[in-house]
Design a protein. Sequence first.
Length: 197
Amino acid sequence: MTTSREQWDAEAESFDAEPDHGLHDPVVRDAWQSLLRSMVPPIPSRIADLGCGTGTLSLLLAEDGHEVDGIDFSPEMIRRATAKAGTFPGTTFAVGDASAPDLAPATYDVVLCRHVLWALPDPAAALTRWVELLAPEGRVVLVEGSWSTGAGLTSEQTVELVEGAGLSATLRPLPDEAYWGGRIDDERYAVLGRRRA
């Protein structure tokens, strides 16, 4: 699936209305903060948030003391992310292609991507490029789903993609409604990819 920049620009206005996007509910916010803390290295780490949308996860990480570079191909999403961040230290947002980000190789402790991999024209190629961004002990953190609409990636597909990029994959199902602001009836999960020992 491909979605145009104009479509995502149009989505930006209401994007944060979704409980897991805006994180306005303290329960949902705490759930995502706990999840991220369990999957990223100790502070301070350098993190690339690819397909960052309005920057909500970037800011959760920045608030914890990480340095975060957010990339999204929608200028309106980036405008909103930048407005949220204000002058938050160590946080930058730029318009760019999440599948081929213009970021320095071998400099990131984490490449984070939520609900974007499934929509890319070539997920395997994107993952290969993302692995090149990682420092020697770096990791990839993916949040994906196979949604009731029929879109998305199954956890099996995502694990296969991560392993195909040369990483070991650890699957973490995310069925708890605390992440989503309500009950879900589809498959949602996170995958942690690390270089094999």
